[in-house]
Design a binder for this molecule. Structure first.
Ligand SMILES: Cc1cc2nc3c(=O)[nH]c(=O)nc-3n(C[C@H](O)[C@H](O)[C@H](O)COP(=O)(O)OP(=O)(O)OC[C@H]3O[C@@H](n4cnc5c(N)ncnc54)[C@H](O)[C@@H]3O)c2cc1C
Length: 391
């Protein structure tokens, strides 16, 4: 037995087991966040705005955009390194991790995995540096959990494609240079690389959000958007295409939310140690210690789950059911930690002066997007019973 008391900020010593590259990325993102993000994020959240171009350049210069992809100017890091970067970004705000996830795991991954060589050469190097931003249009007003029911349609007109339809809740839609859009065709669902300057393409900001406010969300309207034949992803057909991308993004989420949970725990620990009521620090009361112990368990258990899933991904043995497990388990842990931490800060818990309620509200989005908790529960149910209960 060691006589060293565990570190309250890394209780299970998880970071000690990280490879040098992973530790380096962790330190670099933390330093960047401290210098460029932490002081500003509450204002972005309050105003529902984001300096997207500036952030893209900053994240690009850090090598975070498409960092786990190979070639085309991407860093080609391990999956764990990418996960750690997501964790450190989401410790600041889920909106910032979403920014990087959408660019790297949805838009860039889609082009990298399913695009033609020409599409890759055209977009990926610029997206890796943050000179071009991407978005990913799958969800529609009437097709969320059931994307197979999408109505957006692409039809042939000579050698061209013409796209019509509406996509909803699309992160970075208003600032994207390129949209990966999924549409019905006579040959099943296909993906299209759509420059957002194409006539007929409009992005309208989604307003009145009470969650993920430090993130830009859009409705995309495609009104007879005419594209050359080369705009379609050449091979992939059906939901396999978009679902492969969602799995990448969900992986970033299951790591990212560990950061949000940790930030809430740290805020609650610091607050209850420094504020006194009834003549002693709040942290000295048994009920508060019970809550702190619960938070500690949630944060570290979620960290372990993420790390194990990351190791499976690096070993090439990750199954999409593992990702469902991690997304469901870790978002649930983070949300529960955030709600508990919120109560521990009393009235200050509802203020943007502290990060906790911002994280709590963000995590409501994270619970819903990239497959709702219910969808992942159904995936796990199917995995262990062999029975599909989706419809
Ligand atoms: C801020 C934000 C950003 C987003 N960014 C993007 C993006 O960049 N790109 C993109 O394509 N999408 C994006 N989304 C959309 C997101 O992925 C969808 O909201 C999500 O898939 C759920 O779809 P829905 O909202 O239509 O809910 P619905 O599918 O209508 O579900 C509503 C409720 O019913 C439940 N439900 C549905 N079917 C079943 C069933 N069979 N059994 C039991 N319960 C069921 C759901 O679990 C949920 O609780 C974003 C969403 C938000 C909020």
């Amino acid at each position: 037995m060691s006589s060293r008391t565990p570190d309250p900020h890394d209780f299970l010593d998880l970071d000690a087991g990280l490879a040098e590259e992973e530790r380096g990325i962790c330190a670099a993102v933390r330093a960047y966040a401290k210098d460029n993000l932490l002081d500003q994020v509450a204002d972005w959240y309050e105003t529902g705005s984001l300096p997207a171009a500036e952030l893209a350049k900053g994240f690009g210069s850090l090598g975070l955009l498409g960092m786990h992809l190979e070639g085309y100017g991407c860093a080609g890091t391990s999956a764990v390194a990418y996960g750690i970067a997501c964790r450190e970004l989401e410790a600041v705000d889920s909106g910032l991790r979403s920014f990087v996830s959408v660019q790297g795991s949805l838009a860039m991954y889609a082009i990298h995995k399913w695009g033609s060589e020409e599409q890759r050469q055209e977009w990926l190097p610029r997206m890796a540096t943050g000179d071009a931003l991407g978005c990913f249009g799958l969800t529609e007003p009437d097709a969320g959990s059931d994307p197979g029911s999408m109505r957006t349609r692409a039809v042939r007109d000579g050698s061209d494609w013409v796209l019509s339809g509406t996509k909803m809740w699309i992160t970075n839609g208003t600032v994207a240079d390129v949209a990966v859009v999924w549409a019905q065709t006579d040959d099943g669902i296909r993906g299209f690389v759509v420059p957002t300057s194409t006539p007929g393409f409009t992005a309208n900001e989604v307003k009145h959000k009470l969650s993920l406010r430090a993130s830009l969300t859009a409705e995309l309207v495609l009104d007879g958007v005419r594209l050359p034949g080369s705009a379609a992803f050449p091979e992939v057909r059906g939901l396999r295409g978009p679902l492969s991308c969602l799995n990448e993004a969900r992986y970033g989420i299951l790591f990212g939310v560990v950061g949000a949970a940790r930030a809430c725990y740290e805020a609650a620990l610091e607050y209850t140690l420094s504020r006194s009521q009834f003549g002693k620090p709040l942290a000295g009361f048994q009920l508060t210690q019970r809550k702190l112990a619960d938070l500690l368990v949630e944060v570290n258990r979620a960290g372990l789950v993420a790390l194990q899933i990351g190791r499976l991904k690096d070993a090439g043995t990750l199954h999409h059911n593992h990702v469902s497990f991690g997304k469901m388990a870790n978002v649930r842990s983070a949300l529960s930690a955030a709600r508990e931490a919120r109560s521990m800060l009393g009235a200050n818990g509802i203020s943007l002066e502290y990060p906790v309620m911002r994280h709590m509200a963000n995590l409501e989005t994270v619970l819903t997007y990239e497959g709702t908790e219910e969808m992942h529960a159904l995936s796990l149910g199917q995995a262990v019973t062999g029975l599909a209960a989706f419809r």
